[in-house]
Design a protein around this ligand. Structure first.
Ligand code: NAD
Length: 494
């Protein structure tokens, strides 16, 4: 039986949101704190009936008031959502921290502000979009007026991961709504809480019923698979593992639904001998260990010019050993736990494999012993490795933990070759003080984004996505609005 609750609903834990109503239906599974391993709540798992109801609610919204909104009205809705999130900022922080175990300072400075900024940015971008039209009425033209209108895709599924839960969900939900689609979102089973708060905000600020729907559950044989395989879902925007992207592509292939995929990475950092040494060390530590290495953009492979290699390895290892691991609300915490016991075991498996493959460990390599409640959490040590060849699994496979492998190179061509020698191509970082070198190297890297002397410096208007196994398509700015709409050419004979 469905336990349908009247809105408004505030802070009662994860629930589905279907057709403007909160709904706790389905078997429940536990929500576990990564910081100490305790059970902190439970989550309802949507079955195929609930997913079907969500898709139907979205379809009905398109046929109802939501489908009739003007761009201006939709932008106003997005701004109201941002305001509503702002008003509950600390609740969002607390929910994100509880689900992920990440430092509260990180949730406060990155996850939640960016989640809010996504709505504001896409309100501005959608409103600022120029209409295209051109006429050729003169004798040398074809005597026609051509213009382009953009239509929404329809019902869009948004499936998102656990590492930056609110940020990555809203990154797709905001442009999808701005472009006039109706959304059914499925956040990660590990991080359902901020998505539920977002549904509460949508409810509070009067987003028309069915424009945004939320279902919880797992991927395979669960809500994720039911949603992406649903015949009435017009497009899928997905962020997660490359292997999941393959599974979703199979599920959508039959009906040829468009997909936008932001997938895994095995990102390279290249440090030239002429780099600002301190900035490169600090930047490498930040790019490898932010969010315990659980950012798709994190650097797991570092290539350093031989002249500074030994000093660089030593400096990064020292800085890594100094990182303070701790609970989310401790002021001096720089790194939290991994998201789950399963993920911790996967990362520790790679630490063991590194030793088996012959790596030298310069920092970390195991599990920290705290002697307090943190020992129940899913902490691993930030780890610095050297000594492996390009064929080692630890150098080829995405680990998605706080670990980097550092290897030397002799010249620019070798650095580019090593960086490009990967099945992935999401992000790369180049550290050099030579302007010419930076501009020479950056476009030769097979990567969706290349940072020069910085890492994860983001402008939401720029194209974002990966090449090779790191993704299909680009999001960000106009690119998101392009994906979430179809251009229609109208040709009027004059
Ligand atoms: P995941 O692929 O395991 O899960 C992501 C989402 O997909 C979850 O909601 C999950 O329930 C769902 N899912 C899983 N199997 C499914 C299936 N068969 N059908 C439909 N849905 C399914 O990824 P994760 O472990 O949550 O996230 C970590 C991964 O995400 C890493 O590989 C990381 O690199 C990647 N990532 C990429 C980006 C990017 O922008 N490129 C950003 C963040 C994370």
């Amino acid at each position: 039986m469905n336990d349908v609750q009247p809105a408004p609903r505030q802070g009662q834990g994860p629930a589905h949101y279907v057709g403007g109503r909160f709904d706790d239906s389905g078997a429940r599974f536990p929500l576990v704190s990564p910081a100490d391993g305790t059970v902190i709540g439970s989550v309802p798992e949507a079955d195929s009936v609930t997913v079907d109801r969500a898709v139907r609610a979205a379809r009905e919204a398109l046929a109802g008031p939501w489908g009739d909104t003007t761009a201006e009205e939709r932008c106003a809705v997005l701004r109201r959502i941002a305001d509503g999130m702002e008003a509950r900022f600390e609740e969002f922080v607390a929910a994100e921290v509880a689900d992920t175990g990440k430092p509260a300072s990180l949730a406060r400075s990155v996850d939640i502000p960016r989640g809010i900024a996504n709505f504001r940015a896409y309100a501005d971008l959608a409103w600022g979009r120029p209409e295209q039209s051109f006429a050729t009425p003169t004798p040398d033209g074809a005597g026609a007026l051509n213009y382009t209108v953009r239509r929404p895709l329809g019902v869009v599924a948004v499936v998102s991961p656990w590492n930056l839960p609110l940020l990555l969900l809203t990154w797709k939900v905001a442009p999808a709504l701005a472009a006039g689609n109706a959304v059914v979102a499925k956040p990660s089973e590990l991080t359902p809480s901020t998505a539920t708060l977002l549904a509460e905000v949508m409810d509070e600020v009067g987003v028309p019923a069915g424009a945004f729907n939320l279902v919880h559950g797992f991927g395979e044989n669960s809500a994720g698979a039911f949603l992406t395989a649903h015949p009435d879902v017009d497009a899928v925007a997905f962020t997660g593992e490359s292997a999941t992207g393959t599974a979703i592509m199979r599920a959508t292939a039959e009906r040829l639904a468009p997909v936008s995929f932001e997938l895994g990475g095995k990102n390279a950092g290249i440090v030239f001998a002429d780099a600002d040494f301190e900035a490169a060390v600090e930047g490498t530590v930040r790019s490898s260990f932010t969010n315990a290495g659980q950012v798709c953009l994190c650097t797991e492979r570092v290539y350093v010019e031989r002249g500074i290699y030994d000093d660089f390895v030593q400096a990064v290892a020292e800085r890594t050993r100094e990182l303070r691991l701790g609970l989310p609300y401790e002021d001096d915490t720089q790194m939290g736990p991994l998201v789950s016991a399963l993920h911790r075991d996967k990362v520790l498996g790679y630490y063991r494999l590194a030793t088996e493959e012959g790596a030298k460990i310069h920092a970390g390599g195991g599990v920290p012993a705290f002697g307090d409640e943190r020992d129940g959490g899913f902490f691993v040590e930030p780890t610095v490795l050297t000594g492996l060849g390009q064929d080692a699994r630890v150098v080829r496979e995405e680990i998605f933990g706080p670990v980097c492998h550092i290897a030397p190179f002799d010249d620019e061509a070798e650095a580019v070759r090593l960086a490009n020698d990967s099945p992935y191509g999401l992000a790369a970082t180049v550290w050099t003080t030579s302007l010419s070198r930076a501009h020479r190297v950056a476009p030769r890297l097979h990567s969706g984004v290349v940072w020069v002397n910085c890492w994860n410096l983001r402008d939401l208007r720029t194209p974002f996505g990966g090449v090779k196994a790191s993704g299909i398509g680009r999001e960000g700015g106009e690119h998101s609005l392009d994906f979430f709409s179809e251009p229609v050419n109208v040709c009027v004979k004059l």
